[in-house]
Ligand binder design. Sequence first.
Ligand code: COA
Length: 347
Amino acid sequence: MATIDTYRPEDERQIAAMYRRVFGADAADGNCLRWDWQYTRNPNRPPSGPQIWVAREGPTIIGQYAAMPVRVTVLGREIGGSWGMDVMVAPERQRQGLGEVLFRTWEQNVGAALGLGLSESSYRLFQKLRWPNVGPVPCFVKPLTRRALRRPNWPMPVNRLVSAVTLPFVRVVARARPLRAGVERIYRFGEEFTALWDRLAPKFVLAVRRDARYLTWKFFEAPHIRYSAVALKRGADVHGYAVYRHLQEARGRVTLLVDFLADPEDGAGIETLLGWVDREARAANSDKIRAFCLHGAFRKALKRAGYFQVKSTMEFTAKINAVDVPSAFYQDTTGWHVTLGDSDQDR
Ligand SMILES: CC(C)(COP(=O)(O)OP(=O)(O)OC[C@H]1O[C@@H](n2cnc3c(N)ncnc32)[C@H](O)[C@@H]1OP(=O)(O)O)[C@@H](O)C(=O)NCCC(=O)NCCS
């Protein structure tokens, strides 16, 4: 019979070994690189230690539920939230009910339980537990070059033909547009970003608190990824930010718009941030820009800026415990701000 309790430092070796068995060697190496930052340096980490639950059978660890604590604004109130992340049950113990016990332990201990980018097995388990299904978070792509529409699973001649046929259209979509506000590259998130968040939080039905401490930890202190960030400015005042990075994929170069914030009603501001990312993407020779975005106003702004919605694989689930939410809360997510920068999606 398994018992569930919280993580102890001496568990690390066994958990690392189980991680390797469940997720494979590459993922385990990545986890090793991120672990200290992800679990012990999170500014929202509880004083008692990392938010990790462990399933034990005698001295043996057979499962874990590791989560990322965050503050979340929900209908104008700030509550403690938690992104479920590295969840696993030892292969020989799967499909015996242990996952369900771990999921419930996590959910009962947090004010808002949030899951992003679910695997097939966890997605099915959430469905079995009858959690609200609010995903997936829509994915948007802006083509910049004729290589933008290439697909790794198409033969090269087909890719070339598609590239040639769509080139005039890509040229129109990708044309440069003037910026309508100031944009300044930043290397830290100062307290002015906390003030920005406090001003904008009431505009979102649900969003993770994006204050200076959280943003600095998430986007400047991560050991596994280097991000670029810019502030949207009017005079000395900060009105928003964007975080992005460039990477090489199988059939081309991509700029990821990882996270951003602005007043959803500030159309010119959002357009300016997107225009800046366009320029950066072109300068980095990217073939396309990709963004994940749930909020209705931001989605409209992306479309106006030449992004197209494509199939998304980023499943999302949420369950709010700390405040009462109306039954329609989970049906209409147009006021929720969720991006690729949330949870640990960008690895
Ligand atoms: C997700 C996981 C933790 C669930 O643990 P578990 O102990 O197997 O889960 P339970 O036995 O409590 O629940 C089983 C239910 O989960 C779902 N499920 C679990 N594994 C599944 C799989 N391989 N395929 C489809 N559904 C699966 C089903 O709904 C299943 O119900 P069923 O057995 O009646 O069909 C475990 O499968 C696991 O470690 N998976 C690999 C790692 C992973 O994907 N982690 C999630 C990252 S987001």
